[in-house]
Design a protein around this ligand. Sequence first.
Ligand code: SAH
Ligand code: SF4
Ligand code: F3S
Length: 476
Amino acid sequence: MDRMRIGTAAEEAAAQARAMERLRIRFSGQDPSYHITTLGCQMNAHDSEKLAGILQTIGFHEEAEEQADLVVYNTCCVRENAELKVYGRLGYLKGYKRRNPDKRIVLCGCMMQEDVVIDKIRTSYPWVDLVFGTHNLYRFAELLEEMYNEKGQLIDIWQEAGEIVEDLPTLRKNSFKASVNIMFGCNNFCTYCIVPYVRGRERSRKPDDILAEIRELAASGVREIELLGQNVNSYGKGLDEPVSFAWLLYRVSEIPGIDRIRFMTSHPKDLSDELISAMRDCPKVCPHFHLPLQSGSSRLLGRMNRHYDKEQYLALVDKLRAAVPEIALTTDIIVGFPGETEEDFNETLDVVRRVRFDNAFTFIYSRRVGTPAASYPDQIPEAEAKAHFDRLLEVLAEGMNERNSRLIGRTLMVLAESTNSHDDRMLTGRSEGNYLVHFEGTPDQIGQIVPVEIDCQKTYYLIGHPVSEGKNSLHG
Ligand code: SAH
Ligand code: SF4
Ligand code: F3S
């Protein structure tokens, strides 16, 4: 079903504002509640902030899932287990619905862009009230209105994205740290990956819209900005007046009030010297670079359609470390890609040993229907992939322990983000290099940047104590 609109972005935004107002009047005095569960990456997390912003504008308040009048699942399909989680939850949701038929269930996000999923929901889960995808998320208010006005299941999925609609209300999770989309979609078609099929072609937001949003965030007290895109290094290429990602970083750096700038994710094939210089020259840009490797085998990188080889990847690491010596490097690695031999896997271990990453997201290859790699004949047995996965974690940990050890006794500037979930006398935050740091502190420090001297390291996190500024301080 494709009911795509042809209004301009401004007309679409105005239509949403009107729908929110009508819903606000309809629900006034009823104190309706919602609960959103988000699976997947920061893109989805940020989309959920927009859904929450729309709901709060209408007058909904947040509530536990069991009690909420409206339950939303914002789904992910990058790997099979993300989808299994949703199917697992649907059983519970059916129970809620049986006990309270007025409760409304909404499914949205990447998984809904798959035809097989929609067929299954239509036939096996007819009690789900509203289903929409990634391209029409901005229409959430109008879709909600339609759902409340009509009986039966409402499914609205667009095959393609329309214009980027700006000016939706957004409920930010934190008051001191915010994500900002700079682009949507992906053109890279890595052969294992479903994202380009469910998020559509690459589209960049206009620099003026991005900068205006960041200025507003800075004015409201936000200190750290994370710029989001599937491949931020190709930001700006398709704009009427093309600009580069490095250019954008310089502009964001000029905004008063913003102390830290981060970004996710960079594709190695588009990592320019101009960007490396911007990393070196903009003090607000955090000394952290997430550079997905995927595999250390040039042969597999070719089969993955990544457009770089092992040597080129290692050369980029050298350049980054030459420009910003203390830079923290993190990565994504897939094991068990079709055709992966012992030799290929050893190439990955070799890169891991040589680079010594500061952290990594590691994945066992998951076969995604519709992607080229899903039909490669040489799929790897699960047990073999799992053995490689465990071995990879060991070798990654050796590098992380070594990298972390150099920080002991030094002072890192840590943005305190939350009270530690295991010990309420401790705070948890992130250093400039994105290290996870636990330290003694009080809730009033949340949102502040605290100098913390590191006492010990536990591979995946550091433990320290607050100190008065300056001693051995390090941009790490
Ligand atoms: N655009 C980002 C990645 C988005 S998906 C980039 O290119 O870096 C996040 C990570 O999920 C990918 O980097 C990859 O390591 C992993 N991934 C994607 N598809 C996968 C699959 N089919 N199986 C296992 N891991 C996968
Ligand atoms: Fe997926 Fe590759 Fe695009 Fe990243 S760059 S989202 S891994 S296709
Ligand atoms: Fe998942 Fe969609 Fe992100 S598939 S990883 S939520 S872009």
